[in-house]
Write a protein that binds this ligand. Sequence first.
Ligand code: HSE
Length: 340
Amino acid sequence: MRIILIGFGTVGKSVCELLIERKEELVKKHGFEPRVIAITDTKGAVIDEKGLDLKDVLEAKKKSSVANIPEKGIEGKSSKEVIEELDAEVVIETTPTDIESGEPAMSHIETAFKTKKHIITANKGPFAIAYPALMDLAKYNNKMLKFSAAVGGGTPMLEFGKKCLEADRITQIDGILNGTTNYILSEMDQKGISFDQALQQAKELGYAEADPKLDINGSDAAAKLVIMANFLLGKEITLKDLEIEGITNITSEDIVEAKKENKIIKLVARIGDTEKEKPCVKPIKLERTDPMAVLGALNSVKFVSEFAGEEIIIGKGAGGHETASSILRDLLDIKNNMMV
Ligand code: HSE
């Protein structure tokens, strides 16, 4: 399988590291030999249609852009041109999220479809503003659009809701869907550090978006809720249908106050299957003993369904390798579907 990798930041690099680490296992267990033929970053691309040596590219990236790699690097070559010009089965898209325009991921998805390639993306922007239209486009082009990395990092939240609850009916979803804000609120609660200190740490740990405003103003969690609403509840909504409040106004005093009541503040995303309540993202005080009230960068989602009742899935929701593992899962899914 020939792969084009768009974007070479935390997630893009982690995808390569995982492909190197899991090389033998992928062949042995899945008969799968992925070949990355191009990688792009903001300055250009590196291309080898026989397959790039990922170790070399990762090493070179430590010093400068992939575009500067001798012989194979091309300065100024855009991601769109690479997708248009190369023959490949799959595009993996890992550019930073823009919640207003959905770009550049939106154009990458469209270009992949136009040139008959499947696409995997961890980018929430395009889905937040145009989930229903994107699904139509995938169907029209008869190509797969996979996005399990966009929700829950490495934790299969979407798959759990979709596959495990297939014969049940989900009536409500409550989720802590943003690792960065959960990390900030947890550190403020547990260690008494300031909002800014905790945010700085979340950036250093690779949890935060390239633009961390998206984390703290609630947009990232909201985009994930839009994806869950469409994918799991069949609701054709976009970001504008949500009430969104982030954690920018939460002070150390609020955290202490909640603690006195034996509660803990969490940024919760909520949607029900009826129209009674508008889907929302907002800071809520949970009981400290609530199993949903996970700490650190963990995510948790409570699915309420007609027959199973309440089920909570907890796992790592942010981080390079965590997200890359979901991308790899999507890749295997595409490989298996292509064989059918
Ligand atoms: N910035 C996101 C988060 C990354 O903190 O959850 C994973 O989507």
